[in-house]
Ligand binder design. Structure first.
Ligand SMILES: N[C@@H](CCC(=O)N[C@@H](CS)C(=O)NCC(=O)O)C(=O)O
Length: 243
């Protein structure tokens, strides 16, 4: 049995895994786990990832969740070019440093904007109050400022001269608010130039293909049934997660 990747490309970490696998010509079977219809709650998917989150991976009998773990597994197993996850201890540690930081910073803040402006109001029927939205936008900008000052600085990439997993993971997260019409990098020329550089490294065609669904979030949200039990379950989980 070959490599299976369980993905929904509306999801940022799924896009990182998808883009990384495609860019490195890693053969895999795309297994759609549609978050819009609650397939993550199915019994079948529970056997692949008990956390009930995508992305997930199955390689033979071995199953794995968590995008960062999957990306590193693929980099190791398929010996992808060194720049993605450098063998040099200190460069690798820089990639790991960003990958550890991002979960509760850029990822959380960017996802919160996405949820506040799309899924949450659609599923609960309640718009997010303006002061909460403004606070969320300010929190995202604080994380982006830290990203610029501490991680990117004046380098072309997070780890210096070459693109790595850290840049890919950062960029897919920073794309998410764009799916709701907000460019979080507006007014930040250095970061806009970095975004274009990383897109170029990945290949614009692959990058755009991976983001196509997410950029049409409005259409998929209009097709949701907020009364479906799986959607109510999702709304509850999201309300807990995104305060
Ligand atoms: N830390 C995990 C996060 C995975 C995650 O939050 N996945 C979301 C989509 S972006 C999901 O599956 N959500 C389904 C749910 O909350 O029910 C990773 O990096 O893989």
């Amino acid at each position: 049995m070959g490599l299976e990747l369980y993905l929904d490309l509306h999801s940022q970490p799924c896009r990182a895994v998808y883009i990384f696998a495609k860019k490195n010509n890693i053969a895999f079977e795309f297994k759609l786990v549609s978050l819009r219809t609650g397939q993550q709650f199915s019994e079948e998917f529970g056997k692949i990832n008990a956390l009930r989150l995508v992305p997930a991976m199955k390689d033979g009998d071995f199953t794995l969740g968590e995008s960062v773990a999957i990306l590193k597994y693929l980099a190791g197993k398929y010996q992808t070019p060194d720049h993605w996850y450098p063998a040099d201890l200190q460069k690798r540690a820089r990639v790991d440093e960003y990958l550890s930081w991002q979960h509760t910073n850029i990822r959380y803040q960017g996802s919160r904007i996405f949820m506040f402006r799309s899924l949450l109001p659609a599923l609960t029927g309640q718009p997010i109050p303006k002061d909460r939205m403004d606070e969320a936008l300010a929190d995202l900008q604080k994380s982006i400022q830290t990203f610029e000052d501490k991680f990117l600085q004046d380098k072309p990439y997070i780890v210096g001269q070459e693109v790595s997993l850290a840049d890919l993971v950062a960029l897919v997260e920073l794309m998410q608010p764009l799916g709701t019409g907000i460019d979080p990098l507006e007014g930040r020329p250095k970061l806009i130039a970095w975004r274009e550089r990383v897109k170029g490294d990945v290949g614009k065609e692959l990058f755009d293909e991976a983001h196509e669904k997410m950029m049409k979030t409005k259409d998929s949200i209009n097709a949701l049934d907020p009364n479906a039990p799986s959607m109510q379950q999702l709304a509850k989980a999201l309300q807990k997660r995104y305060k």
